[in-house]
Design a protein around this ligand. Structure first.
Ligand code: FES
Length: 243
C-alpha cells in the first residue's frame, strides 16, 4: 500500500460542488473534503478542535466552514476565526484544524498526508468524470485485480488492444486506441479501496451519450473483479461515497 507521502485521490472533482462538504477516509484517517464558494477544494482532518464533531457535517459559508455543533467558524487555512458564544473573543491561534496539501488534477481531488511529493505525472488536458467504484479489499488487491481481469476494449472500433499504464502507485491509465481512461486509487483503509474514473478528452465528445461505452466498460470491470476468486471482492458503485 502506498503511504501518506504520495498524492492520493479522495474523490471526483465534480462530486464536491462549491459550497459543499463530504467525509471520506484515507489510509484509515477521517477527512473532510470541502469546496469554498470561490471554487477552491480543501482537504482537512474531519474533526472540530472544540469537541470533535465531524466538520463534514458542517456548513460552508463563503471561504469558511462552520461546525454543526457550536458554530465555530474556520478559515481556509484551518484557523478558527469566530466563536458564536464569544463573538468578541480574539480567538487563539491554537484553535486550528490540521489541513493537508490539496490539488485538483485529472478531474479528481488529491491530497497528501505528509511531505510534499513530486507533481502528479498528468497533464492539464480536459477530463470528464465517469464514476467511482468502491471495493471491499485492500489497495494492493484492487491493483492485482486490475492486472488479472481481461480488460475489453472501450469500443469495438478497430482492433486496438487495451493497455494499462502505471503512472504512480495511486494513478493508472487505461487506453484503447485513442480513448484513454484515468483510474485514481484511493486507499480508504486496509480493507477498503475506491477507484475514481475519469475520461481524458473534451466534454463535447464524452459527456452524456458520448461516455456510454466507458460506463459499459466500467460496469464490466466491476463484474469481472467481483468474479475473481481469491480474493473475493465485494464491489459497489456510486458517484461519491459519504460517511
Ligand atoms: S464541536 Fe465544533 S464547535 Fe463545538
Amino acid at each position: 500500500m502506498s503511504t501518506g507521502d504520495s498524492w492520493h485521490p479522495v474523490g471526483l472533482s465534480h462530486s464536491i460542488e462549491a459550497g459543499s462538504s463530504a467525509g471520506t477516509r484515507l489510509l484509515g484517517q477521517e477527512l473532510v473534503v470541502w469546496r469554498d464558494t470561490g471554487g477552491t477544494a480543501h482537504v482537512w482532518e474531519d474533526r472540530c478542535p472544540h469537541r470533535g464533531m465531524k466538520l463534514s457535517f458542517g456548513f460552508v459559508r463563503g471561504d469558511h466552514i462552520a461546525c454543526l455543533y457550536h458554530g465555530w467558524q474556520y478559515d481556509r487555512a484551518g484557523y478558527c476565526q469566530y466563536i458564536p458564544a464569544h463573538p468578541d473573543l480574539d480567538v487563539p491561534k491554537t484553535f486550528k484544524v490540521p489541513v493537508y496539501l490539496t490539488q485538483e488534477q485529472a478531474g479528481m481531488v488529491w491530497t497528501t498526508l505528509s511531505g510534499n511529493p513530486a507533481p502528479l505525472p498528468v497533464d492539464r488536458d480536459q477530463t470528464v468524470p465517469l464514476r467511482s467504484l468502491y471495493l471491499d479489499c485492500s489497495t494492493q488487491a484492487a491493483i492485482t485485480a486490475l492486472g488479472m481481469v481481461r480488460l475489453m476494449p472501450f469500443v469495438s472500433r478497430g482492433l486496438a488492444d487495451t493497455i494499462v499504464h502505471h503512472l504512480t502507485d495511486t494513478l493508472y491509465a487505461v487506453s484503447t486506441g485513442d480513448d484513454r481512461l484515468l483510474i485514481g486509487i484511493q486507499a480508504i483503509s486496509e480493507t477498503r479501496t475506491a477507484l475514481h474514473l475519469t475520461i481524458c478528452g473534451s466534454p463535447r465528445l464524452y459527456e452524456g451519450a458520448g461516455q456510454s461505452h466507458f460506463l459499459d466498460w466500467a460496469l464490466q470491470l466491476r463484474r469481472d473483479i467481483e468474479q475473481l476468486r481469491p480474493p473475493v471482492l465485494a464491489v459497489r458503485g456510486a458517484a461519491v461515497e459519504m460517511n
